[in-house]
Write a protein that binds this ligand. Sequence first.
Ligand code: NAD
Ligand code: IPM
Ligand code: MN
Length: 362
Amino acid sequence: MNKQIILLPGDGVGKEIMESAKHVLNTIASEFGHSFTFHQHAIGGEAIDNNGTPLPEDTINACRQADAILLGAVGGKKWDSLPGHMRPEKGLLGIRKMLGLFANLRPVKGFAPLLHASPLKEDVIKGSDILIIRELTGGLYFGQPSERRENGDAVVDTLSYHRSEMERIIDKAFQSARLRNNHLTSVDKANVLESSRMWREIVNEKSKDYPDVTVEHVLVDAAAMKLITQPNQFDVIVTENLFGDILSDEASVLTGSLGMLPSASIRSDGVGLYEPVHGSAPDIAGKGIANPMGMILSAAMMLKYSFGMEEEAAEIEEAVHDALEQGYHTPDLQIKGGKQVTTKEMTEIVVDNLTTKSVSNF
Ligand code: NAD
Ligand code: IPM
Ligand code: MN
């Protein structure tokens, strides 16, 4: 199968971990007889420096024609004082919106060898397996107006959603719950926000179409607490854009490091952009020590969701698991013992596990 994949490495550690994803995908291609063609384009801070905009036209056009898109991360100190519409983050928000990637799937599943790497107690996180579904193209992130008033002394950010935007993500969440353990937690702030009250109404209406799925409503503040006190009570969580952003970084603590979490941003026809949940990690960028697992696992999600390559995706997940079980870890994982390795070394270990596995299959 020949697939055209757009690579948007972006800034900071984004560039370093994109090399890892490429290496792993090339290995999968040769092991399984696929052909992946990579086309690299600029986004974020690098694009601001070279093209004067965080989302150049040719990047947009390439993404529109791609079979799938892989993104590293955008942003960094260098661009932090630019006006909002010129920031690197605007490039990422722009491509999500332009491609209509409304459903952001963020699986949070601890790998067994990392159970003791979390600051949370092992018996609290044991058995946790959560899918956070975050609405990605609406809410406060895209509200109009968003502006300063009264000579800069007042400010407005608008939280706006249309019913149809809520319906499609809530439907996606019910469908996902059906494929898992039939439990859906809808997170909102219905005690304060009108948008959350409409969200809750829609969840209740939709639940009639999915009688086999148990629904629970939890306010976002309580959800933040329960995520780290009783994480194994959750199956699928669905929530609006900003709440989902915050809760997914919090949930990453269960896995031992933010660097472990992958994500898929998709729309109904399967087109998708795949990226780790973390950012450009300016504090460690350039040191060659970023954890590549979130990026590698995002590539696995791409194979599964955009290309239907379930077996290939499972092999990558297994190779990641095995690397961790062999005791290898990047410095962000607080592990006693084992062997601390660099981004490149970790990638080679995952690739070795992939090739060894296939050889032993014969
Ligand atoms: P961050 O996710 O970049 O980093 C938070 C912490 O986690 C840092 O200590 C960092 O070193 C660590 N970390 C993150 N990824 C890691 C990895 N792969 N391996 C090891 N450690 C890792 O968040 P931040 O520092 O708040 O933001 C930095 C920049 O990234 C900002 O400009 C922000 O806007 C941007 N950002 C981009 C994305 C994205 O592109 N999807 C996501 C979040 C933040
Ligand atoms: C994420 C990031 C982005 C977001 C930023 C960089 C715009 O934090 O992908 O989680 O808030 O969506
Ligand atoms: Mn985030």
